[in-house]
Design a protein around this ligand. Structure first.
Ligand SMILES: [Zn+2]
Length: 153
């Protein structure tokens, strides 16, 4: 018996979990420019923190520049818990790497949205776990030396 080439997703939506996901090794990643964040690792680090409320205007501004699948917004349960926000060096930004669709739904329904905020050392630790030490250190150093907009990494 071969494995099927395509997996069926809940809601027939590619962003929704795979049906019978326990059979599949599907570590989830968030990609931002050259950076790669492993969401499973991020959730482990996030447990060190209490969730904090994201300010509505900041969230709206962030989501305007984030790829959001409008149909999927309706699939995410509001009970799915806080998202995760990381801290890049040199004021390069605080992207939300987990929970963007939950955030979009919360915003749409005028509800509060909370995130766990990883500080700079934790963000570097997460990148090292996600990309390996040398790649993580390389891009981190470039960010640290860059001006506030990281568009050139
Ligand atoms: Zn979906």
């Amino acid at each position: 018996m071969g494995r099927p080439l395509m997996f069926a997703h809940h809601n027939n939506c590619s962003r929704c979990p795979v049906i019978r996901a326990e059979d599949v090794d599907n570590d989830e990643y968030y990609h931002l420019l050259s950076l790669r964040f492993n969401i499973r690792s991020a959730r482990k680090i996030a447990l060190r923190h209490e969730p904090v409320l994201v300010e509505c205007d900041a969230l709206e501004a962030w989501l305007r520049n984030t790829r959001i699948d409008r149909e999927h917004v309706g699939h995410v349960p509001l009970t799915a818990g806080p998202g995760i926000q990381v801290t890049l060096p040199a004021g390069a930004g605080m992207p939300i790497i987990d929970g963007n669709h939950r955030a979009a739904r919360a915003l749409r329904e005028k509800r509060n949205f909370y995130v766990y905020v990883l500080d700079e050392p934790e963000t570097l630790e997460l990148l090292r776990r996600s990309m390996g030490n040398s790649m993580a250190d390389h891009f981190w150093l470039r960010l640290a030396e860059s001006k506030p907009h990281p568009a050139d990494i």
